[in-house]
Design a binder for this molecule. Structure first.
Ligand SMILES: C[S@@+](CC[C@H](N)C(=O)[O-])C[C@H]1O[C@@H](n2cnc3c(N)ncnc32)[C@H](O)[C@@H]1O
Length: 223
């Protein structure tokens, strides 16, 4: 049940970045830590990794701890400040580059630049056009056979589950809008979109309500 409304409370938490990490951990009953530990277990030492919508660095720090060189991008400077502080505290600053940058600027990244692209709870904040653009660019900037690692809120294909989710979300959407002036959406057909873009899905896991997904995709483009 708690997972259903995670996204909405997450938007509220983002408006107070200092409380974001604690809040998200409570909301997901600690599940987000396990999910992120699992996703980053695909990362190897020395790899070049991009974290899209890195926020306070949950995935960025994990990847750097595994010995990767990580670039974290985010549009929210307050979230980035916290990520920077955490990187310094863990003596990982050498491995981490943080940039105030939106997905719209991914076009400036070099082709075949990254071994891994990851994103946690950010795709659900993008518009449909931004998401499609991000996936296209991800495919271009990933090396051949590179991995995309995603954890995010999605819209279930199961109509009763979807109805139940919306029933719970509607009052939360109103509260979120009042507090943050932000709208909310789960990602539609994320796995299909990845496949259409040419990623081969190697791992997919959804929760019981089918409104949260963990995905690992491989970029099988030619060298
Ligand atoms: C819910 S937070 C997740 C942060 C982090 N990935 C985590 O899992 O803790 C979503 C993040 O995506 C960022 N974001 C939203 N739209 C973005 C965009 N267009 N480009 C880059 N980052 C964006 C937000 O600023 C926010 O920090």
């Amino acid at each position: 049940m708690l997972e259903i409304s995670t996204y909405i409370w997450m938007k509220i938490l983002e408006s107070t970045p200092s409380r974001y990490d604690k809040g998200i951990r409570i909301l997901t009953l600690g599940k987000i830590d396990k999910i992120y530990d699992h996703l980053t277990s695909y990362i190897k030492e020395g790899q070049k990794v991009l974290d899209i919508g890195c926020g306070t660095g949950a995935l960025t720090l994990r990847a750097a701890q595994r010995g990767a060189e990580v670039k974290g991008i985010d549009v929210n400077p307050q979230m980035l400040e916290i990520a920077q502080k955490r990187a310094r505290e863990r003596k990982l600053s050498q491995k981490i580059e943080l940039h105030e940058m939106g997905v719209a600027e991914l076009g400036n990244e070099k082709t075949n630049a990254y071994d891994v692209i990851m994103s946690g709870l950010c795709f659900s904040e993008l518009t449909e056009d931004e998401l499609i653009y991000t996936l296209k660019e991800a495919r271009r900037i990933l090396k051949p056979y590179g991995l995309i690692l995603i954890a995010d809120e999605v819209i279930s294909k199961n109509i009763p589950k979807r109805f139940f989710t919306w029933l719970i979300r509607i009052p939360l959407i109103v509260i979120t809008y009042i507090i943050t002036q932000a709208t909310t959406r789960g990602v539609k057909k994320l796995s299909e979109k990845l496949e259409e873009m040419g990623f081969v899905l190697e791992y997919i896991k959804t929760n019981k309500m089918e409104d949260f997904i963990e995905l690992v995709g491989r970029n099988l483009k030619k060298e």
